[in-house]
Design a protein around this ligand. Sequence first.
Ligand code: NDP
Length: 497
Amino acid sequence: MKEFGLFINGKWEAAEGGKTADTINPATEAPWAKVAVASRNDVKKAVAAAKKSFDSGVWRKKSKEERAKVLESIAAAIMERAEELAAAEARDGGGTIRKASFMDVPGTAGTFQEFARVLRASEEEQVFEETVPVPSKNIIRAEPIGVCAGIVPWNFPMIMASWKIAPAIAAGNSIVLKPASVTPVTALMIADICKSAGVPDGVVNVVSGPGAEVGEELATNADVGKIAFTGSTEVGRRIMQLASGTIKKVTLELGGKSPNIILDDADLDTAAMGALFGTFMHQGQICESGTRVLVPQKLYDTFIDKMIAGSKRITIGDTMDMMTTMGPLVSAAQLKTVGGYVDAGKSEGAECVLGGDRPANMKKGYYFNPTIFAGVNNKMRIAQEEIFGPVVAMIPYKTEEEAISIANDSMYGLGGAVWSKNKDRALGVARQIQTGTVWINDYHMISPRFPFGGYKQSGVGRELGPWGLAAYQEIKHIHVGESVPADQKIYFGALFN
Ligand code: NDP
């Protein structure tokens, strides 16, 4: 079995008291790695190492170009270890090796690569000559915040780690990252890769351990200046409260219940496959999944038939087989949650027209069949609450206005899509959807080049691109006034005769 410690100050460390936990492969239900479990004291040690490295200037004082080159080396090192990282990601989280190889590894490397580009293109210092309120030179500097904390979930452990580490270090910060307890391995591997690619000791630290202890220490520690969290809205609320004690900068990327609107002029065959891709990719465990599919009443039955037919092309099986396209849910707890929502959908009167149960041929693993609910109205729990499983709610609508109103009738506002052959018409709808991302004739097309985040209770702030870099910077204004006698400082006249 593979073993991992805590990654603190550039070294592998045992946790206080030698505490460890096994991480379970969701496809086999068997332990596959042993990982150190941090205590509050271990977190304090990691924060102290991060602070020391930040205060020393060993990283933040490097030029933009030097930092960008290290980020590019990290991206290259990730691709060199692609096979090993993909296998670890699939074993830890239950995603397929196909997804890990084609999405997670290149996506993680791509995030570091893109932040190297964003950093080079950014202005660390801008100068403005002004005459108002007095003649002066004004320097606007984008500076790192200090010690940043990242808390990430289990659905995309490696990409999510890169979304926190890459912008934090691009901006010159140090970071302490906490992975989800069920999927800690690849974040630890990325920390080791960062060191080997030239990141100085103490700049990137990764500590695995329980949210209530490790996460809460990070959210309250006075030496942490910023906290970036991805996960449930419930825990996001708690982090916002805890972070208020020391007025930390906060970025939250939370849950979603995203609308996927099929307009009556859409290419129905493509849209049906898109609706399946939008909800069943990675077993539906994606925050921006299009879990509410809104279909014109007159096309409703036809469209559902197309989705049922399309779902036959999904292959459930061994996660390490390249032909498998759907793996298990991450944990027994998540399996129970998803099963509970299926029961809730049925008891509220929705009709389960596909799935709703576990695949009979999978004797081990937390597998769940792709599940389609018809006859859903937007007030039902399966249309309002984040399920985080392969469950889609099909909602009929009569007019475009009604579709927009249903789409926006949610406490969430993360993602969504509009399908139409008429791009201008689709754009008109997209502009009225209250979410951070809307795709037209596509789904899940997230790029590190463009901002990602949520309206309403889906979050605070934006990650990725220049917007994501700015979230890890403080802005300073330095006013350089004229060195002239006091009687020429006209504003002094407000106080002195
Ligand atoms: P959580 O929000 O509980 O977990 C996300 C991260 O937060 C994990 O690293 C977790 O640590 C940590 N955490 C938990 N409690 C605290 C706390 N009090 N203070 C600080 N950090 C904490 O998600 P769950 O794993 O419980 O999943 C529950 C639901 O959340 C899912 O069904 C889904 O609806 C939603 N979710 C949304 C995600 C998204 O991307 N928007 C991602 C994952 C889940 P630990 O692992 O140790 O508990």
